[in-house]
Design a protein around this ligand. Sequence first.
Ligand code: NAD
Ligand code: ZN
Length: 405
Amino acid sequence: MVEIFKSEIDGESSPSRARWRVSADHRIEYDVEMVENVLEPDNRALAVRCGGRVLAVVDHTVEELYGSLIRAYFAHHGIPVSVIVVPAEEHTKELSSVVTVADAMADAGLLRRSETVVVFGGGVVMDVVGLAANLFRRGVPYVRVPTTLIGLVDAGVGVKTGVNRGKHKNRLGTYFAPTATLVDPLFLASLPPRHIRNGLAEIVKIALVKDAELLSLLESAADPLRNASYALTAVDTHEEILARAIGGMLSELEPNLHETDLERIVDFGHTFSPSLELIADPPLLHGEAVAVDMALCVELSLRRGLLTEFEARRAFNLLFRLGLPLTNRMFEANLLEQALDDTIKHRDGLQRVPLLTGIGRATFVNDLTSEEVAVAVASTRAMGQALEGSELEMSLGMEQGLARG
Ligand SMILES: NC(=O)c1ccc[n+]([C@@H]2O[C@H](COP(=O)([O-])OP(=O)(O)OC[C@H]3O[C@@H](n4cnc5c(N)ncnc54)[C@H](O)[C@@H]3O)[C@@H](O)[C@H]2O)c1
Ligand SMILES: [Zn+2]
């Protein structure tokens, strides 16, 4: 609706001759659909999302593992496909990759609305392709097929796109929804254990801030996961775990897709971790840095009396049993202070740090002090060492038991 503000322009103080206010709503609608075996030729879930021709943008590892299945799938459905293979390391998440993908879009010559870009890959490739799809002709339709656990439960389900710039993660980015995301857990079969643990950290986050039932499921899955070298699909509750993680994430994102409200419980574990992730040596994956941040925030919640000792122990134990780090030697005073400063800028002037008030419940605080954080870091470190020690004792005990037996 366009309105003209008569009274204001009539007033002597207004320098405007005329002023119009434009106020419009932009409806966002997309599907996130769990589909097993999305590349099975008889599975139509992807084909029905693709009108006419397709440009497939494929993560280089996914090309090696699934490239021939991707081509065979489109051939089976009579859909002409051009394929571009792109690298997927974090350092390739930069503007030049967006331009490469946009050039491939131009070369493919797709119709503006009725033909489709399909991205197969993890968070890096999806973030790049989402931005390219948003910039190309000011927005063309794209479908996401995530192939990593972070992709399935996090990067693939929201509307954020972006690339890194300078020393800053996701500094250039937009909000741009796909037409659909097709979540196929079978891609996880080829994902290295470290990348499974990376995604598990984001699932633990959802459990801690809003889903106590999910936390219990993860606790029951922790041993089978370790024994099966983190093959998530080997756990018979994996579909329920994924569905609760995705549903929980979406229910937080949907009312706040453009992050108008900066108090986001999904930012739990994302206060100090972005700074740690940037400088960690040896490097940390995103979920690993998030796990270290979550452990610190659990300790802060405990020290503020928001969380009981028992609840805090459950959180620490789960992270530990899933093979995630609880501490990092680079988590020290200077870094933590600078991280909190950066967060305050990112969250528009306030800390807005999510802390836990129970398993599955969170609140926000704005008054963390450096001293409080330093004390919590020290006790998290001591507790991490104690957990490692107890595991060492347990495994020594088992070895001795075996030797005796
Ligand atoms: N847009 C968002 O809302 C959002 C949310 C979370 C994370 N992210 C971004 O996502 C990125 C991390 O994503 P990621 O963890 O998926 O990493 P990634 O995209 O780098 O993929 C990790 C590795 O796994 C390989 N790979 C992909 N699929 C595979 C498969 N099925 N089998 C074997 N190997 C496979 C890739 O080639 C890569 O080497 C970060 O840049 C982060 O900022 C974005
Ligand atoms: Zn995250």
